[in-house]
Design a protein around this ligand. Structure first.
Ligand code: NCD
Ligand code: ZN
Length: 354
């Protein structure tokens, strides 16, 4: 605890966000998305490749990096998208990305891969030891574990949401598999019961869990390496339409929800720091400058209001939830980037993470 009763944390790291730039900037862009990140206590995030023109080529990646470098207010790294045939380019792009994202289940964008030969090519050709991040649900978790073992490649499971999945990952970890996994705050704090009230705002991939699955996530918190927001904004109009797209924003609500869980003794503060900083830093090799921190006021409790958020979509599935812990100040490389609700640095202050 520092001066003024503020709790000093490291700058948090979120390795799974969708900033929608380029191609869907009506939902979010690199400036608004990184403003949301610092407002939520994050100083480093990693952007996903499922843009409308997906980031599956060297050119698309270079364009995204140069676009981002002019707009970001915190540090941003990138995951490359696996396509059925882009494995020949992996060697060239590997140094510029934090991981390879492989979609084995349907989600926003055209990146789903179901052909086994294509999947084997991906595992065979991904070089080095950066993780292959997988969107794999249910039985596909078992398939990915087999591939990770057979090809000796580290895999990181995105947004684990079922009891059987986390139990299988636990077994694999006990056997020394190269496996890590994440869980999202919406799978920890909302269940399928909430969809009735939330309507489109409760629709995401994977879907909200049953109470039983959610309890298994909390019981196996020791198996989970990190909490990622899976920040996936869509416009209010889209989410209120008859066929709402999948995804919810999360960059500004994850830390207060976790701090509230700490205050309720569901989690220790030490574990919170492992889940939001130490483990993502280790898995995705992000070194933090020592003059980087997030200071929070644990005394302040407030109600989450979509209209007060920095994300362009300005709604939250946690609307009106009472949380405790307000982000007061965020410092990156000695520079105050966020204080008293305001972003204080110009677009381009953030750096690209390689
Ligand atoms: C994500 C999106 O909208 O980009 N949606 C989601 O429901 N999680 C895609 C994803 O994370 O797979
Ligand atoms: Zn995602």
């Amino acid at each position: 605890m520092g001066k003024n009763n503020l709790l000093k944390l490291p700058g948090l790291i979120d390795p799974h966000v969708h900033l929608r730039d380029p191609g869907s900037t009506e939902k979010e862009d690199f400036f608004t998305g990184t403003c949301a990140a610092v407002a939520g206590g994050y100083t480093a995030i990693i952007d996903m490749p499922n843009n409308p023109h997906p980031i599956t080529t060297e050119e698309a990646l270079s364009e995204k990096i140069s676009l981002a470098s002019r707009k970001i207010v915190c540090d941003v790294g990138f995951h490359f998208g696996a396509s059925p045939s882009n494995y020949p380019v992996y060697k060239q792009i590997e140094a510029k990305v934090k991981g390879l994202k492989l979609y084995l289940d349907q989600t926003t964008g055209p990146l789903l891969i179901e052909d086994l030969e294509a999947i084997l090519n991906i595992f065979q050709h991904w070089p080095g030891q950066k993780p292959i991040l997988v969107h794999a649900e249910g039985v596909k978790v078992a398939m990915v574990l087999a591939l990770s073992y057979l090809y000796r490649k580290p895999v990181h499971f995105c947004h684990i949401s079922q009891k059987s999945e986390i139990e299988l990952i636990k077994k694999a970890k006990e056997q020394g598999f190269l496996v890590t996994c994440e869980v999202t705050p919406h799978h920890l704090f909302l269940t399928q019961e909430d969809v009735k009230n939330l309507g489109g705002f409760g629709i995401m991939k994977p879907p909200l869990p049953s109470k039983r699955d959610q309890e298994a996530l909390w019981e196996n918190l020791a198996v989970i390496d990190l909490v990622a927001s899976d920040h996936a904004p869509h416009t209010l109009a889209e989410k209120q339409s008859p066929q709402p797209p999948f995804g919810v924003p999360g960059l500004e609500t994850t830390l207060p929800l976790l701090l509230t869980a700490v205050s309720e003794k569901r989690l220790t503060l030490e574990r919170l720091v492992e889940l939001t900083f130490l483990n993502p830093s280790r898995i995705f090799k992000i070194q933090q400058d020592p003059a980087t921190s997030t200071e929070v006021d644990l005394q302040e409790s407030y109600f989450i209001q979509g209209s007060e958020l920095k994300t362009k979509c300005r709604w939250s599935p946690f609307q009106d939830w009472r949380v405790c812990g307000r982000v007061r100040r965020v410092t990156l490389r000695g520079q105050i980037v966020f204080e008293q609700g305001q972003v204080l640095v110009p677009p381009g202050f953030g750096r690209i993470l390689y």
